[in-house]
Ligand binder design. Structure first.
Ligand SMILES: *[C@@H]1O[C@H](CO)[C@@H](O)[C@H](O)[C@H]1NC(C)=O
Ligand SMILES: *[C@@H]1O[C@H](CO)[C@@H](O)[C@H](O)[C@H]1NC(C)=O
Ligand SMILES: *[C@@H]1O[C@H](CO)[C@@H](O)[C@H](O)[C@H]1NC(C)=O
Length: 327
């Protein structure tokens, strides 16, 4: 009875910890080196987490090693679990020292080499445990295990003296969902305005939004302001510019006034002449007295006042004191 209860409990815990799908099982794998001592890369994705030597892949001892699994297409990853060899023998510590400083990368292509793509995890805080879990919600197709002893980049614990390393992995589990869905059972679709249908596998938060949408779930519209760009270098007019403009304006107005006045004057004198001439063209009245000639001119009211002119007559005797008096 106790045994049955225990088994039930264990299976419940197992179920809870296995919520996401293991995307790596039986996928294509490759590794940095193959030799008589090495063991083939597929042993790390055979869905067998047994940590004895018979169940683990292995590279040669080298300065730089890597192992890679191809998930088949870009996946929405939640975590990566690494199982090292544990034969519970005297050499456990030596083997762990070889693994210190390892890194996990996730990439969409393998063209950029074993360290291309995004870094999921880098061991730089001592010897790694024989089984470890690294959460990194990243989208990608290739998962690469990488280590090196080239002297660059690794912050190794002081106990690690080896100048070569090895990849000896009994299982690498990559948990997550296909793209476009999220949640424990990979059953919920990503919010509809996520760009490229990509969202975080745990929360459904979009990586990016399609145009016109914002917010973590891309369910808020963006308000679009059409901004008219100011011409480069344009600035509000300075006081000096305003002053110059006013001065020019005043000068211009003055010139206009002067020109109008001149035109008016020219017009006036022309028209005055023509009136006076018109008056002179008439014949003088018949009644004339000796010695003083006068003419009665019918001038327009504007000419009343002090208009003096030269009165000429054809008669020489009458022109001794010529004047024109306008009344
Ligand atoms: C891997 O093993 C687990 C537990 O042993 C099992 O539930 C699952 O179906 C296996 N996956 C595949 C793809 O064989
Ligand atoms: C290694 O294996 C032994 C025997 O199965 C086990 O007692 C020990 O806890 C394991 N060590 C680690 C770190 O997993
Ligand atoms: C956006 O979606 C989230 C998650 O479904 C929801 O909690 C939130 O209220 C939504 N916001 C708006 C503005 O609709």
């Amino acid at each position: 009875m106790l045994n049955i209860t225990l088994i039930f409990f264990v299976s419940v815990i197992f179920e809870l910890s296995q919520t996401y799908e293991n995307l790596a099982v039986n996928r294509k794998t490759e590794q940095s080196s193959i030799s008589e001592q090495s063991k083939h890369s597929g042993l790390a994705v055979d869905n067998n987490t047994d940590q004895r030597v018979s169940s683990c892949m292995r590279t040669n001892l080298e300065q730089e090693v890597w192992w890679r699994v191809d998930l088949g297409e870009i996946k929405s990853i939640y975590d990566i679990q690494v199982f090292y060899r544990n034969d519970s023998d005297a050499n456990v510590k030596t083997r762990v020292d070889y693994h210190a400083g390892f890194a996990l990368y996730i990439s969409n292509t393998k063209c950029d080499g074993p360290t291309g793509g995004q870094l999921c995890y880098k061991n730089d805080d001592g010897e790694p445990p024989l089984q470890s879990d690294h959460i990194c919600q990243i989208h990608g197709r290739y998962v690469t295990y990488y280590n090196e002893r080239t002297g660059s980049g690794s912050n190794l614990p002081p106990s690690v003296v080896n100048t070569v390393t090895i990849a000896e992995l009994c299982e690498v589990q990559v948990f997550g969902c296909s793209t476009g869905v999220f949640g424990d059972d990979c059953a919920e679709p990503c919010p509809q305005n996520c760009r490229d249908d990509l969202c975080k596998v745990e929360t459904g938060v979009c990586l990016q939004c399609v145009d016109g949408w914002k917010g973590e779930f891309c369910n808020q519209t963006t308000t679009v302001f059409i901004s008219v760009p100011q011409p480069i270098g344009s600035q509000p007019p300075s006081n000096y510019t305003v002053f110059i403009a006013i001065v020019f304006g005043v000068i211009l107005m003055f010139l206009v006034v002067v020109i109008v006045a001149l035109l008016y004057k020219v017009r006036k004198s022309k028209s005055s002449k023509s009136h006076v001439n018109a008056a002179y063209q008439g014949t003088l009245p018949a009644e004339e007295s000796q010695g003083s000639n006068y003419a009665t001119l019918n001038l327009e009211p504007t000419f009343l006042g002090h208009q003096y002119g030269h009165l000429e007559t054809s008669n020489a005797s009458r022109s001794s004191h010529p004047y024109l008096s306008v009344l």
